[in-house]
Each structure stands twice: as C-alpha cells, then as structure tokens.
Ligand binder design. Sequence first.
Ligand code: UDP
Length: 473
Amino acid sequence: MRSIDVAPLPLSDLESHLDEVAIRRLHTGMEAARALLEGRTVWTVTPSAAVGAGPAETVSHLVGYARGLGLDARWLVLDAPAEFTQIAARLHAGIHGDRGDGGKLGDKQRDIYEHVLASNAENIVEELREDDVVILHDPPTAGLARAIKTTGATVVWRCHAGTQGGGEAADHAWAFLDRYLEDVDLTVVSRPEYRPPYIEEERCAVLAPSIDADSPKNRVLDLDEAWSVARLSGIFGGEPPFEAVPFLRHDGRADAFRGLEVEPVLAGGAVPLGRRVVTQVNRWDRLKGALELVEVFAQNISVLPDDAHLLLVGPAPDAERDAESAAYLAEVLERCSVLPESVAHRVHVAAVSMDDREVNATVVNAVQRVSSVVTQRSLVEAFGLTVAEAMWKKAPVVASAVGGIRDQIDDGVDGVLVDPADGAAWAQAVSDLLLFPERAAEMGAAAHESVRREFLPNRHLLDLLEILARAVA
Ligand code: UDP
C-alpha cells in the first residue's frame, strides 16, 4: 500500500461556514473524539486516491480535520494492477445492479483479488496495534479485513455503492464479498436500504458523505474567476489572453491557473460564450447516464430555449488502466458524431486531464459555477457528490430521482427530481429553470443552505464519531 500525505486542516476553516449552534456542537463532538481516539491510530484505506473516485473525494478532508485535531489519522491506498481494478469495477457495478459485460466473477478473479490484497495487507499489518481502528472503503478493500483482525484492531468497512433491489447482479457481487465481511466489526452504508443482505442491522450503520467547502473543487470563485478558468481551460470559447487566476492547492499554497496543456473538448467544439449551458460532470461510467442524456437532449431540443447547450465534463481516462471508461467515452463521442448538425453544435463533451488533480478540480469548480443548470441524470447513484457540489455553488440542479439523490434534493425546493426514464420531464424542468432565472436563483440559494445543514464535514465528522464509538465498544 502507499501512504498519502494529508496536511492537517484547522477546524476554523470549517467553522467559517457554520452558525454558532453548529460550531458549539462540533466542538463538543471533537472533544469526545479526542477522548475516544487519543492513543489510537485511525487508518483509512481506499482503493485509489484518484479524483473522480468518490471515496477519495470524501475521505481526504476528514483525515485532514482529524490530523488538525492532533489525532493520528493516516490514509493508505492499495497498490493494485489493472486486472484487480477491473474486478473492482465489476463488483462496484454489480452492487449497483448492473451486470456489465464482464460475466460472473469466478475462482480466477477471486485468486487475483485475494493475492493482491494479501500483499497489500503486509504493509499495514506490521504497523497495527490492537487499539487501532481501520476504516476500509468499498469492495476492493473488504478482503483486507481478516488479516487486519488478526492484530486485534477494530475494522469498519464503509461501502459507498448501493442500490435497492439490485437483483441477480447485486446478489452475485454480495456473494463474492460475503466471506470477507465476516471479519468486519461494523459495516457502513449511505442509506439503510443498502445494507448487505447477510449483515444484521446491529452490525450496520448509515452514514452520508460530505463535501469539503474549502477544497479547490468547492472553494469560492467569483464569477470573473470562474469564467476566466472556464475559458482558459479551453472548454468555453473566447480568445486569450486572460489573466492567470490564482487557485489554492490543498497544502494551502496559491498557484496560478494557466490553462490546460491538452485540448479537452472532444465533441461539439468549445462552448460559445453567451449561451445557456446545462452541464453534467461525471466519470465515464454507463450508470451516470451520459449516453441517455445526449439522447434526451437531442430528442427534446424543441422544448429547450434555442441557446441551450449541453456540456458533459469528465476526466480524461487512462486507456491502459481504465479501458472500460475509455470505451464508454468513445461510445458517447460516437453518438455525438451522428447527431444532426442542428443539434451537434449544441452538445459538447470535454475530458479534462487528471495529470494535475487540482487543476482538474478547479476546472470542475468553475464549470459548475458558470452553468445555468447542472444536471445529474444517473441511472443509479448511492450518493451524488456532483449533486452536492453543484448545490453548494447555488446551481439549480435537475437530477434523477434515484438512490441517495432523493435524500439530497427536496423536490421543487432546493432542486428538481425527475424520473430517469422520463426524458420529456427532464427537458421541461431544465427549460423552466432556464426561462425563469429568478426561480432558478431561489432554488440555488435553498440548495446552498441544504448542503450547509446536511452535507458539510461537521455533520459527517459527528456521525462518524458515533460510528467509531460503536465499533470500538
Ligand atoms: N470529478 C472530478 N473531475 C472530473 C469528473 C468528476 O473531480 O473530471 C469528481 C466529481 O466532482 C465528484 C466525483 O468525481 O467529486 C464523483 O463523485 P460522485 O459521487 O458524483 O460519483 P462516483 O464517481 O463516486 O460514482
């Protein structure tokens, strides 16, 4: 495993977003955290540290705040070959009820899974003490539980994926994981319905993620800054030169955003300035519904204002390590290439380099801010970080009424929920928000407040603390 350095984050950063009552609750909770965790190391293990991988997005700031409190919190990521990553992707899709095209996971895949995890376990096991707590994230890490348990440490396994009634595909993925989860003290899911079929209620807790309001992805950019980044990135049109804008790196260092070296727009050209833009930010995974979104936009174009453009933004996939994402992106581009000319120039697909993660995050931040509407038309979603990120930025969000998104959006109040099978409803909702900007602004303001109440790290830290207290009891 590799250790990821996490700079301590002061709680005062977080407090700047909270009211007095929330600050007091946070302080009381953090005193309790000190009492519970002093003298123990809290290890977090994620499959990867990549941006665009939900768990990494969610844990880095939690580890940072714990370190800021003076606790010994550490973050490790697996060392895994591509064949392991493919098995992980199939488990993830399976839990979401998606059979994928890789067939069943059999003995060969189990051998690879166990072999890779056995060598990863070596690093951590030799350092563990019995008072320590290890939080494993997602299916790729579940197989570490047995080796960790032999040290006497407490093991929590947190699964970010989930769907209700995932059918045969989900049963199969859970059956694969069954023997590994036996050694877990407490399983954590993001909704009660996502509890693995064989884990009793007493051994399961529910915890929703949060977003880091001060990260490059979410920190405040004023509209000028956001437009400058959006144009310098090459995703939006307009001739340079623009002023280089500063952006904050996670270590607190300010850097200048000078644009991307690789042209990110792969279809539709740069978005012309002055148009109203409906944006979806996603990984290139079929469950995110990008193909269907292009389809729905094209089919319902007459319902939308003439200057409405669709923009899909995701990471530039590494074709060697992540052939599936690369293939899905190719499918989306293929679909765009056969759109009628009248539609094609209004559908833009951008794949933003991951070479510098903070630049990627800054581009996502800017694009979410300059969009007129943000959408997330996922087919399934355990919890939509992109939804919370856009809501925090006061964007009016139109998202699928699926999974955890239903907990995030209060329909008609701080966003709009639509049935992912109903393309016309999506177009109507987007059109209404584009045509009534005051209504959109009201919804965006309510969205910001909802995230402040429910999806910032103070709530997450306090809930996590309760879970850890339960696990070590
Ligand atoms: N993301 C990113 N860069 C990209 C595309 C996505 O940083 O080019 C981030 C996005 O902002 C979000 C995360 O990847 O923080 C995706 O999390 P989400 O819960 O939406 O979906 P998941 O990928 O976990 O299924």
